[in-house]
Structures are given as C-alpha cells and as structure tokens.
Design a protein around this ligand. Structure first.
Ligand code: NAG
Ligand code: NAG
Ligand code: NAG
Ligand code: NAG
Ligand code: NAG
Length: 380
C-alpha cells in the first residue's frame, strides 16, 4: 500500500509552498491590457477603442499610483495621421494582452527601490497629438475616416482608473516620455484638478522638453511642426488652460503645445528628466546629419550651439526652488524607462532614480542637477 509518512508530506507541502512563493517574488509581474469598449467619442485615430495597461500596487503602496503617458512622436498632417492609424500608435487592434516594465515602472526593488510596489497605469498613445486633440467630426482622408480625440481618451481612461481605485489614492505621480513627456507638461494641471486636494500629486516629465530652436539651416522648423499638430487637432481646450489664457488674443496659442512655454503655468511640483543633448531633438529639431562625435568641425559647432540653446531654454527649470531636475549630457532619449537610464547612469555621482527620490521624498542630497558639457559624463 502506498503511504507517505506525515512528516515527509508536510515537508513536501511546505517545500512546494516555498517554491511558489519564491516564484511569485521573482517573476516580474505583468501588466494587463484594459480596453475601453463602447467609449463614445473617445477613440483612436482609426476609430478603435482606447485603453491602458494596469499592474496593481501591493503592500504599503497599494494606494499610490503612477500614471505613465506613452510616447511615440506626432502626426503633423492628415496623410501622416492616416498612415499612423494603420499601426499600433493609431489603433488598438494589435495591442498585446500583457506587457512588463523597467526603470521607473519596474517592479524590481533592485532597480526601482522607491516605487516598485506602486500601481502602474500605462496609458496607450493612439491619437497622434499627445492626448490633447478634439475634432468633433471624423476627418475623411482619401476615403477613410480618422478621428482626432486624444483629450477625450485621456478623460475616459482617467475616469476608468478612478473607478479601479485611484479615487482612494494617497499619492499620484504623472509621468511619460517623449510625446508622453510633453503630454506630462501639458496635462499636469488637468490631472491634478481631478484629484482630491489631500492627494500628494507630483509629475516627472521624461524627454519632453522639446525646445523652440532653429535647425542647422537657421529655419524655425519645429515650431511650425508643433503649431501644425496643435491647429489640425484643435488642441486649445486640451492643453494647460492657464497657458492658453496667457496667450489669449494672440496667434501664438500653439506655444502651449511646447514645454518651455507651458512650464511657467504648471501649478504643482514637476521634475524634468531630460538629456541636454537629446538624440531625438538633435535629429528632429536641429536636423543634425551626423552622430557626435563623428561629425565635421562645423557640425560639432552647431551641436554645441544647440546645447547652449537647451541651457537657455531650461534656465527656469534649473533655477526653480520647487521643481527638481536631472539634466544629463548623455546622447539619449527616454531614460526613465530602462534600468540603465533610471538606476545606473549618473550625474555628479548620483543616479536619476536617487535624484528624483531625494526630491519626491524631501530627502537630503541633490534634487536638481544639470550635467557638465558633453562629452564629460563617463557614466553614459
Ligand atoms: C496588425 O498586424 C498585422 C499583422 O502583422 C498587420 O498586417 C496589420 O497592419 C496590423 N494592424 C494594425 C492596425 O496595427
Ligand atoms: C474644437 O474644440 C472645442 C472645445 O472642445 C469644440 O467645442 C469644437 O467643436 C471643436 N472644433 C471642431 C472643429 O471640432
Ligand atoms: C502672428 O502675428 C505676428 C504679429 O502680429 C505676425 O508677424 C505673424 O506673421 C503671425 N503669424 C501667423 C502664423 O499668423
Ligand atoms: C563613430 O565612429 C567610430 C569609428 O567608425 C565607431 O566605432 C563609433 O561607434 C561611432 N560612434 C557613433 C556614436 O556613431
Ligand atoms: C560615488 O557614490 C558611491 C555610492 O554612493 C560612493 O561609494 C563613491 O565613493 C562615490 N564616488 C565619488 C567619486 O564620489
């Protein structure tokens, strides 16, 4: 007859329990897709339902929430938006059921000691205008209808997240990178307005400080680009309303779609995480056709001029006594989203993760740092 001694059975059971616990502790927790069907006017460029990934918070941080606005450039004209509507940045049709995160959104204590237990909401970007547009009617492009509804998407997702438990939040951090970093600057006042005044609300914008500067030919290309996006998608009600009020009666309300002009109108604490020689800006704003240091002398001169332009434009960040910053001089873009950029790379011997933590938790130590000039930083 088959028979296991009681002690052995107990040992086996606790060993199995131990294994499953160990598995639970080491496995990166996945975030699940929440698609918002029957979303009314709030649809992606192609008319498909918008959505977000959600990973619940645990332990002491079960009531603390990170809201991450996804990035991925912009579409500046209707043809370009039609193209975008056929991919994952304009349609939810191919979004995966689950995903996982690194850096500031990581659930690994080793890389993200302060925030690894927080709720993470990753708002999917599918409108082409940093969650800011609203055009009531569908736009017919070459026989296909597309939709400019980013601000409606933001509103709908935030409502859904409130229902999921954010209405009981103790702390909320708004973040995002690239087009989502710009969205962080643009929407921080709005997100704060939805929360109870007792909630601790801060923001951290990653690689969203796209500066208004001329390109290598002396042309002001990027401001035309952003004003095109802003006007085409009717963004004036979907950006910082204090900024819009400040430019009222001028033909420059599009400036509220650029971080440096919106920045003075942000009414809650914000941390800027940005390279001073951001690789996307070098290509798309400066239009530099080489990768430093592999450039001609003339190109390197233009590169350093751009660095000076960035320093000028970021002066209000660096001089702020309330806001924090980590402005490194690494050739990079979107550094909070990987472990290297968040928890390894450093300025003045301090990582971005530590700098943000010092600022957010009011610890001693540096809270607002700007790097020495490229190529001084050996941790890049
Ligand atoms: C979805 O994926 C298929 C197969 O790769 C591709 O043909 C299609 O264009 C994709 N559609 C969207 C909207 O992403
Ligand atoms: C532009 O946005 C405003 C405010 O959301 C809205 O009332 C108006 O209908 C929009 N214009 C168009 C052309 O859709
Ligand atoms: C905006 O107004 C300024 C001065 O009033 C003018 O020089 C400029 O051309 C106008 N820009 C546009 C895009 O209309
Ligand atoms: C610059 O050129 C060298 C030699 O061709 C190459 O090894 C290096 O990767 C290049 N650097 C960049 C940033 O492209
Ligand atoms: C940099 O920081 C580390 C860890 O805080 C410390 O051990 C090291 O001595 C510091 N190095 C310098 C050059 O300050």
């Amino acid at each position: 007859m088959f028979y296991l001694p009681m002690n052995l059975l107990k040992m086996l059971t606790s060993f199995l329990l131990f294994l499953s616990l160990f598995h639970f502790l080491t496995e990166a927790r996945e975030a699940d897709l929440v698609l918002l069907h029957d979303s009314g006017e709030a649809v992606c460029l192609d008319g498909s339902p918008p959505g977000y990934y959600y990973r619940p918070g645990v332990g002491a941080d079960a009531n603390n929430w990170i809201l991450h606005l996804e990035g991925g450039g912009w579409c500046p004209n209707e043809d370009n938006c039609l193209d975008r509507s056929k991919g994952t940045l304009g349609s939810s049709k191919n979004w995966t059921q689950t995903t996982s995160f690194s850096g500031f959104l990581s659930d690994e204590q080793e890389y993200n000691p302060d925030f690894y237990q927080w709720n993470v909401v990753f708002l999917k970007y599918c409108d082409g205008a940093s969650f800011a547009g609203y055009v009531a009617e569908p736009v017919n492009v070459k026989g296909t209808n597309i939709y400019f509804r980013g601000f409606k998407i933001l509103q709908l997702i935030l409502q859904s997240v409130m229902d999921k438990g954010m209405s009981n939040a103790k702390e909320v951090i708004l973040t995002g990178c690239s087009a989502g970093g710009l969205a962080t600057y643009i929407h921080t006042n709005y997100v704060k307005s939805l929360l109870s005044p007792t909630v601790k609300f801060h923001a951290i914008a990653d690689a969203g400080y796209f500066i208004d500067a001329p390109d290598v030919n002396g042309e002001w290309y990027i401001r035309t680009f952003y004003s095109d996006v802003f006007n085409m998608q009717n963004c004036s009600d979907g950006v910082n309303q204090d900024c819009i009020a400040a430019y009222k009666g001028t033909n420059e309300t599009w400036k509220c779609f650029m971080a440096q002009y919106t920045y003075p109108h942000i009414s809650s604490p914000i941390f800027s995480f940005n390279s001073q020689v951001d690789t996307w800006q070098l290509v798309a704003i400066l239009k530099l056709e080489c990768k430093p240091p592999n450039c001609t002398e003339e190109q390197m001169k233009q590169f350093f001029n751009f660095y000076e332009e960035f320093k000028k434009a970021s002066e209000p960040i660096v001089s702020s006594t309330v806001n924090g910053a980590f402005l490194d001089s690494c050739l990079a873009h979107c550094q909070t989203l990987d472990n290297q950029g968040w928890a390894v790379r450093s300025v003045q011997n301090q990582t971005g993760a530590t700098t943000f933590g010092n600022w957010y938790f009011e610890r001693s130590g540096l809270k607002n740092i700007a790097d020495c000039s490229y190529p001084c930083n050996k941790s890049c």
